[in-house]
Design a binder for this molecule. Structure first.
Ligand code: C2O
Ligand code: CU
Ligand code: CU
Length: 475
């Protein structure tokens, strides 16, 4: 993806663009700045960045910075903090759509943006991100009520990387040897158009259609950074891969092996919310939608010409393939992974903490089958919990199906999974946890700084759109 330093005020235009994804075919997408994935924003910890999103699409949007410790008004609340399409603004009769286009002396961009009502008329919104949080891999994506899944599917997703001095001081692969990998499945028509089956007008309204997508929408093409099953040319060196599962509903179990069948391991150095205390080795990484795994892979011992394939143990046929790395040459590599990476407290259960239970299960949504939390479909007007700022709570997630649970605002640490401690994929600071049927997951979460309305939801984006979401309010 295109990299962009982001501090102070930066602008992103949401617009439709025709992108070549499948060789020789054009795909019409909803994009951030005309590219898919959107530009990779890079910010240093604590350098507040204001991202001015201009909506030149024909639909409303809401942008959420996933994993960001963000004030409520910039968190992308899916109903009343939308960015309406600018074209609507231009036809709204106020003539305020074109900034500076009316009443000389008034209507400069600056003035327009100070007035929230004017923001709405111009199809713009300023999102302010203080990013006072440890270095990590965040991502931004659409979050519009009922339409998150199709709008992300159509392209509204990008990385936002936070860096800090502590991480910079560590010996880690960097520069060309640090690669963000956005893994996302999609489906296409023969002419290259994206196919989002739930929106197929021929299917809508037919009996059984809702049931058909109750598990979410899967694609048969695996994209990595917007390219189908790509091959990356690399050197025989250590690489830092920032893995993100940006798929709507697909889970992956990623494994690496050489063309001669030798497995290559992952050394996990970080998860959703930042670095782990110490590196941890894995033979495989299982990721649900929304999760990130920051790993180092050591290709040093492989001779040039070797190919290493990343496969998906949960796929079949072509969805079992993800991407390949081809080693082109030997290279020097001075990186010596540190034994200690960051100060991460042991996830202990605080005495006397409030325990709150969130039951992810089916619910009826306007009389139709859908998904809910604690028996209720999402109601933007009624938060399901009030949490005092400065408090630490135990949240327990329970389901009878598979749901990746995501909490906005605050990262958490997994305390228990079922009858055991945290699983191998639960290490460090998480904001999304893969909750499996009948296996209660308990996490410890501390709420800090920003008062307002935030969300907890299933990150299977179809489930989210089918109302498996709840508001909570920090006070
Ligand atoms: Cu990545 Cu509320 O979502
Ligand atoms: Cu989020
Ligand atoms: Cu779900």
């Amino acid at each position: 993806p295109v990299k962009r330093p982001a501090s102070g005020l930066i602008s992103i235009e949401q617009r439709s663009a025709s992108v070549e994804i499948l060789p020789g075919l054009r795909t019409e997408m909803m994009t951030y700045d005309g590219v898919f994935p959107g530009p990779t924003l890079e910010t240093r910890r604590g350098e507040t960045v204001t991202v001015r999103h201009t909506n030149s699409l024909t639909l409303p949007t809401a942008t959420h910075l996933h994993g960001g410790h963000t004030p409520a008004e910039s968190d992308g609340w899916p109903t009343d903090l939308l960015v309406p399409p600018g074209f609507e603004a231009r036809h709204a009769g106020h003539g305020a759509g074109h900034t500076g286009g009316h009443g000389g002396g008034h209507g400069g961009d600056h003035e327009t943006m100070d007035d929230p009502k004017a923001q709405v008329r111009t199809g713009k919104r300023d999102y302010r991100y203080p990013l006072d949080q440890p270095a990590t891999t965040l991502w931004y994506h659409d979050h519009r009520m009922d339409f998150t899944a199709p709008q992300v599917w159509r392209g509204l997703a990008g990385f936002h990387i936070v860096r800090d001095d502590e991480e910079d001081a560590l010996s880690l692969p960097r520069g060309e040897r640090e690669i963000p990998l956005m893994i996302a499945d999609r489906a296409f028509d023969e002419d290259g158009a994206l196919r989002y089956p739930a929106l197929d007008p021929e299917l809508l309204g037919q009996p059984g259609v809702e049931d058909r997508y109750m598990a979410g929408v899967l694609g048969d093409v695996i994209l990595v950074n917007g390219a189908p099953w790509p091959e990356a040319e690399i050197e025989a060196a250590q690489y830092r891969l920032r893995l993100l599962n940006a798929s709507n509903a697909r889970r992956y179990t990623l494994r690496l092996r050489t063309d001669s069948g030798t497995p290559v391991r992952f050394t996990q150095i970080g998860s959703d919310g930042g670095l782990l205390a110490a590196p941890v080795e894995h033979d495989e990484i299982t990721m649900a939608s929304g999760e990130r795994f920051d790993v180092v892979v050591d290709f040093r011992s492989l001779p040039p010409g070797t190919t290493v394939e990343m496969r998906n143990g949960l796929g079949t046929g072509r969805t079992a393939q993800v991407m390949r790395f081809r080693i082109t040459r030997r290279a020097t590599d001075d990186v010596r992974l540190p034994e200690r990476l960051a100060d991460v407290p042991e996830p202990e259960k605080p005495d006397g903490a409030v325990v709150r239970r969130w039951h992810f299960r089916k619910a009826s949504v306007h009389g139709r089958r859908g998904w809910g939390i604690n028996g209720k479909p999402f109601d933007p007007a009624v938060p399901q919990a009030q949490v005092p700022l400065g408090s630490t709570e135990i949240w327990e997630f329970f389901t009878d199906a598979h749901h990746p649970v995501h909490v906005h605002l605050s990262p958490f640490q997994v305390l228990r999974r079922g009858n055991h401690g945290p699983g191998p994929m639960d290490l460090g600071w998480k904001d999304t946890v893969d909750v499996r049927p009948y296996e209660a997951v308990r996490v410890r979460v501390r709420f800090e700084k920003y008062a307002g309305r935030f969300l907890i939801h299933c990150h299977n984006l179809e489930h989210e759109d089918m109302a498996m979401m709840a508001g909570f309010e920090t006070v």
